[in-house]
Design a protein. Structure first.
Length: 242
């Protein structure tokens, strides 16, 4: 039966598990040695990140009352998914640098890029009893601007060019991320929400969760075997239990 639920903490836990194994060479080697493929885990990770992107898109719709059209919303979700993959690579690179030299200046510069520097939008939410409570939410435009800014910073970060390229982020890919973010400037958050756009985002989110569930179920037996060999994986599976 298809999974009709949207993005949840379980979806996120499965993303973390797949991403962690993919980012640790010895764990990935163990998984492949059991007969698995990196593609198995990438399917879990990517579908989960896509679901998260559509979930956040809906959150913006509900909190601000404004959003892009469905087509712009999908473009934003795709951009955000690519950015999340970049952040995961940057964290791995920073860890590598710090292991070699805890005072590495490039690691400090990476930390600044990784940090959440987007402005927050304060939203007045009504509590039970009629009182109002101020909450904070990152606007889509603030997120878009941060993605563009980080891409520019990394394009100019010549000392990390070869390291980034070795992990799949060459100048071409970074330029595309920057250009895609720039192309969305002014298109986010300036149109009234349409029921069709909201329904499309909900449908896409659920479809992504369904794909992640299928990919997870296919890999689960191998992951359980891997968990018996490595306590790190066992801990991850405990969070992402079925």
């Amino acid at each position: 039966m298809a999974d009709t639920k949207g993005f949840t903490s379980l979806t996120a836990a499965r993303v973390r598990a797949a991403t962690h194994i993919l980012s640790i060479p010895d764990l990935l080697a163990l998984y492949i040695g059991l007969g698995g493929l990196a593609d198995d885990l990438e399917a879990v990770r990517d579908a989960g990140l896509e679901a998260e992107g559509f979930n956040q898109l809906q959150g913006s719709m509900l909190s601000t009352g404004k959003t892009a059209t469905a087509s712009v919303g999908v473009a934003f979700s795709t951009l955000q998914r690519e950015y999340l993959l970049l952040l995961a690579v940057l964290r791995a690179i920073r860890g590598q640098l710090l292991r070699a030299d805890p005072r590495d200046e490039n690691a400090a510069r990476l930390a600044d890029i990784i940090a959440n520097r987007a402005q927050l939008t304060v939203i007045e939410a009504k509590e039970e009893g009629g009182a109002r409570k101020a909450t904070k939410s990152r606007s889509q435009e603030a997120t878009r601007a941060e993605i563009e800014r980080d891409a520019v910073d990394l394009i100019d970060f010549s000392a990390m060019a070869s390291t980034l390229a070795a992990r799949g982020w060459n100048a071409t890919r970074l330029n595309k991320l920057r250009n895609d973010a720039k192309a969305l400037s002014g298109k986010l958050g300036d149109r009234a929400v349409s029921k069709g756009a909201a329904k499309e985002a909900t449908k896409s989110e659920r479809e992504a969760v369904t794909r992640q569930s299928a990919a997870w179920d296919s890999a689960y037996s191998l992951l359980r075997t891997l968990a018996r060999k490595d306590t790190r994986v066992a801990a991850l599976l405990a969070e992402a239990r079925r």
